[in-house]
Design a protein around this ligand. Structure first.
Ligand code: BES
Ligand code: MN
Ligand code: ZN
Length: 472
């Protein structure tokens, strides 16, 4: 990520960004700038609105007005993202912060600059090279905000990079090696990879991964700071490509399925972010990784699968694979990890988009406090969730003649039924669990403010915010 620095040194050779809120008084931008700005600022200031103001023969000779909307964190984030996107990548920038700018504005601004400036690089150089300086006489007051923004943006970039990677490269082995590499850069984070015979009890993961030439694995990452009082287990769906398996997807339905490990990416990124910030909360991330391929060894419609907890699922649609691998991971978490909270993130159903459109994830929990805390973390991070019901009356859809339950009943309310299926594996932890179906917001067709076209890295920032708030 390009550098963003705090300093008290104003440099009139650099392009100056002037933040302007939609209403209320203008920020006290310096001397001779103010008259011009006052004239232009009339009716200006919508979040993400940008206006370039060339000033030939004067210094700074380029000023950029950036709308911060309501002047809250989201507004500043929008301003930062718009500036990153509109301005030349090799142009060093300065933003002057007057005394009234609250710390969360700086967090929003820096996060927005980074997120809006993201591009999948794959070895090519960074989109923005030039640094951005944030100027304030009391700049050290903003150091913590900048550190939070750094961890959060880094987590989102990491999740976006992993998710944007084509599946020709991104198989379970590649993904687990990337995670080993990333973990090595974070003191205090441990990683363990289970494969082969170590997956004996993980029948769902073995079934789903069985059709691929790249074998499945389970990645377990842990951050266990001394004195932590809460243990949060994060589970992320990690299907490195979802062809649908023998119940093969349509051409249209398949073309984006490299993103089907977005949950795993978010969960891993947030865990590393927690370590980077030194958050005093214990985090274990579980990432069942598999490719749902078509092949002679693929599991079949009608197969019965035995999960980690010893119960069985009848699967009549190999495209409902995510829940099968999550079932094992959840069962393992409940049996072995003694979690205080379990949150799973999964690109689980197309029905998420049917219900809520392209930007909003579906949130499920029996626990109102947990649901509220996650939704609030998402609101603050700028990632929307909407709670849907774990409707008891649909539980009968899961009934099976052959197994303890049916994994793919397809009788409507697809996202809800998938959540009800997962709820079966929580045992005595049902009341501390939340499930997020993030199929909808994990991909963006077009760039918009802090969302860059392609993989959005959805969830990394929300989870990190949630962990941060738990630690407060
Ligand atoms: N990975 C898909 C869900 C998905 C759809 C993610 C669109 C991202 C964008 C999942 O494995 C799937 O295929 N779900 C099925 C469930 C059905 C077979 C019960 C679906 O949504 O059709
Ligand atoms: Mn599928
Ligand atoms: Zn899938």
């Amino acid at each position: 990520m390009f550098p963003i620095r705090l300093t008290d040194h104003l440099d009139d050779d650099r392009t100056r960004i002037v933040p302007i809120a939609a209403s209320g008084p203008l920020s006290h931008e310096v001397d001779d700038l103010s008259a011009e700005i006052a004239a232009l600022a009339e009716g200006f200031g919508e979040a993400g609105e940008v206006r370039l103001l060339p000033r030939p023969l004067r210094r700074p000779n380029s000023v950029v007005l950036a709308g911060t909307g309501a002047g809250d964190e989201a507004g500043w984030r929008a301003a930062g993202a718009a500036v990153s996107r509109e301005l030349r990548a090799d142009e060093p920038l300065q933003v002057k912060l007057d005394g009234e700018v609250p710390p969360e504005a700086v967090r929003g601004l820096a996060e927005g600059l980074w997120l809006g400036g993201y591009r999948y690089r794959d070895g090519r150089e960074d989109p923005r090279s030039a640094e951005v300086e944030l100027i304030s006489p009391a700049f050290s007051a903003y150091a913590e905000s900048l550190a939070l923004a750094t961890a959060s943006a880094r987590a989102a970039w990491f999740a976006r990079d992993l998710t944007n990677t084509p599946s020709s490269l991104k198989n379970p082995a590649w993904l687990s090696e990337e995670l080993v590499g990333a973990t090595a850069g974070h003191t205090g984070v441990e990683i363990r990879i289970r494969a082969g015979a170590e997956l004996d009890r993980f029948g769902g993961l073995r079934a789903v991964g069985g059709g691929s030439v790249s074998p499945p694995c389970l990645v377990e990452m842990s951050w266990s700071p001394a004195g932590a009082r809460t243990h949060v287990v994060l589970v992320g769906k990690g299907i490195t490509f979802d062809s649908g398996g023998i119940s093969i997807k349509t051409r249209e339905g398949m073309k984006r399925m490299k993103i089907d490990m977005g949950g795993a990416a978010a969960v891993a990124a947030a865990t590393l972010g927690a370590a980077e910030l030194g958050l005093p909360v214990r985090v274990t991330a579980l990432l069942p990784l598999a490719e749902n391929a078509v092949g002679a060894a693929a599991f079949r419609p009608g197969d019965v699968i035995t999960h980690y907890d010893g119960t069985t699922s009848e699967s009549t649609n190999s495209d409902a694979e995510g829940r099968l691998v999550l079932a094992d991971a959840l069962g393992y978490a409940v049996a072995e990890l003694d979690p205080d909270v379990i949150v799973d993130l999964a690109t689980l159903t197309g029905a998420n988009t049917v219900a809520l459109g392209h930007r909003t994830a579906a949130l499920y929990s029996h626990n109102d406090d947990l649901a509220a805390a996650l939704a609030e973390a998402g609101r603050q991070a700028g990632e929307q969730m909407w709670r849907l019901p774990l409707a008891d009356d649909y539980r009968e859809y899961l009934r099976s003649d052959l197994a303890d339950r049916h994994s793919s009943p397809a009788r409507g309310a697809g996202s809800v039924v998938a959540a009800l299926y997962l709820a079966e594996f929580l045992g005595d932890k049902a009341d501390v669990w939340a499930h997020v179906d993030m199929a909808a917001p994990s991909w963006a067709e077009t760039s918009e403010l802090e969302i860059s076209r392609g993989a959005t890295g959805w969830g990394a920032r929300t989870l990190l915010r949630y962990l941060e708030r738990l630690s407060a």
